[in-house]
Design a protein. Sequence first.
Length: 395
Amino acid sequence: MTTFLAEWANILLRWAHLVAGIGWIGTSFYFIALDLQLKKRAIMNPGVYGTAWEVHGGGFYHVEKYMVAPKELPEDLIWYKWEAYLTFITGFALLTVQYYFNARAYLIEPDLWNARPGDAILVSIVSLAAGWFIYDRLLCRTAIGRNPTLLAVAVFALIMLFSYTFTHIYSGRGAFIHVGALVGTIMAANVFAVIVPNQKKIAASLMRGEDPDPALGAMGKQRSVHNNYLTLPVLLMMVSNHYPILTNHPQSWILVALILVMGAMARHFLNRHEAGDPLQKIWWTLPLAAGGLAVALVMTAPAAREATVDGVRVTDADVLAITARHCATCHAEAPTHEGFAEAPKGVMLTSIDQIRQFAALIDQQAVQSDAMPLGNETGMTAEERRALGAWIAAR
């Protein structure tokens, strides 16, 4: 019953996280695009920075943006914040259900750090808080934060520092999801601790008949842009647990760097294209993104394998013995592993026909990477992985 309830908790939280994330990302993309499309007109209301005319759903919209804020605010002012808050809340809850409650299987990698679950979870929570503190207090609010290029490099270096650390203490999927959680925490905290509070301070100044501090709006805009550029990389981090070709690569932290470059370049190209920049002004982003992808493809290309191990051909019986020891506790009609009530993804590996059917998945999960068995709970050896690979190569 516990496994059944945990599975439903995972499903519902994942669904809620996806829905909230779509709302937040959509809002971010829309407002950045809107901001870049604003134009100065011959006639504009006092204090207006620019306006945009839009058409959607059969209707026309006229949008104005003020330099700081209008002299008076309407009572029905719309605040965009709950999409960000709910994305973080559901994401952290999902991290708890998937990785904290199953730390031995999904988070801990004994060959890297044979930690107690409580210690691994504590480091996780502290690292997320520390990442935000360094980003906010030691980067954005210092002289570094006044230089956009230097700040971008510093934020990149910060994420890489945590990426290197995560990939050297946690499992492959645990490390990647923590990079995503770190970036997601920074993005949500930007909304909760900077963007919305600054907007409230501006609104309060207006209510008191005072002129709002323009620095508050500038700071909120800076964090909003950061969130926009981090969106594409964090999306891939969040689905990375499906791709051991990324998460279980020996230098997976370098792949994180490439994902950051590819995502940021793609986002910059789209943003500037929306703003009307000519191709000759933004073309450089495309080769950089393509170069990052090319390096990632080379890094993750499968290695050639022999069809034998030490000159001896691997038999069906050898493979059955290996899968019985390391796979069938989970991948069976009636799993004996306490964490599963049924075979994950319907993959069963108790007969040679089933092993042949899922050979490509076995190769991906247990030969080309060490993603399986989870946390290598059964102690699968490198020799056994090579034997599986040789048998698959000989098919």
